[in-house]
Ligand binder design. Structure first.
Ligand SMILES: *Cc1c(COP(=O)(O)O)cnc(C)c1O
Length: 241
């Protein structure tokens, strides 16, 4: 009998493969990042035993607690949440990717604080593709300047762009948002980008059609998230929102 996590992982991998094939893209051209925010370390371990190796987390203290429990696992950790400047030092030391950089000040701190014994930190710039006033992410108009500045930082490796479009069930609207991110990345091709971090549980097909290279999937793998205030990690992260 296969476990529930194995079934969900198989289902998500099937969705990714079908979308790759439908778009005429090579198999395994899209990396799956399992988003484990608010899920316990046991859920990560279960996915790991099913072959999943890359995990995304949104809250620093919560992530560090799980990393400590899973220290003997060979996991690639991706930070995908909003970044407060007083958390950059921990992020620089404990993650190999950061998807959510949207200010030069944060990028400079991550570069300065990346431990010298580690390779450069892989970063993506988060872009506010839907233009929502409350959303994280840099506006398209400010992207080029930020991208050039980040590409020049010595301890960062600027890999690409990330977005979380406003949710919609309309596949054409989903595709339009993802296409705008891809086109922005194409305009920055001089900087050698190779990553488009786009697509989540409900819109990964549209993202893959438009060129996603990393999908960040939580609910479809782990089921509904426990509410944070009742999750085991307590109140420490409330201020990280
Ligand atoms: C929570 C989260 C996801 C995963 O969303 P699901 O809809 O659960 O797949 C992906 N990216 C970011 C930045 C997130 O915060």
């Amino acid at each position: 009998m296969r476990s529930q996590i194995q079934q969900r992982l198989d289902a998500v991998r099937d969705r990714i493969r079908s979308a790759e094939a439908a778009a005429g893209r090579p198999r395994d051209s899209v990396r799956l990042i399992a988003v484990s925010k608010t899920q316990p370390a046991e859920a990560i371990a279960a996915a790991y035993y099913c072959g999943q190796r890359e995990f995304g987390e949104n809250y620093v203290q919560e992530a560090l607690a799980k990393q400590e429990k899973l220290a003997h696992f060979d996991i690639g950790w991706h930070f995908i949440g909003p970044i407060q400047s007083n958390k950059t030092k921990l992020i620089a030391a404990h993650f190999s990717w950061v998807h959510s950089v949207d200010r030069i000040k944060i990028a400079e701190r991550l570069s300065d604080q990346r431990p010298i014994q580690l390779p450069p930190l892989n970063v993506c710039i988060q872009v506010n593709v839907s233009g929502e006033a409350t959303k994280s992410g840099v506006a398209f108009e400010e992207l080029d300047e930020l991208a050039k500045a980040i590409a020049a930082l010595p301890r960062l490796r600027f890999r690409g762009l990330m977005a979380i479009p406003a949710p919609t069930n309309e596949i054409d609207l989903q595709r339009a948002s993802f296409r705008s991110l891809r086109q922005a990345a194409e305009r920055l091709s001089d900087l050698g980008l190779d990553t488009l971090s786009m697509g989540m549980s409900d819109d990964l097909e549209a993202a893959i059609t438009e060129g996603s290279t990393m999908v960040r999937v939580g609910t479809a793998l782990f089921g509904p998230r426990p509410r944070r205030d009742v999750a085991a990690f307590g109140a420490e992260g409330a201020s990280e929102r």
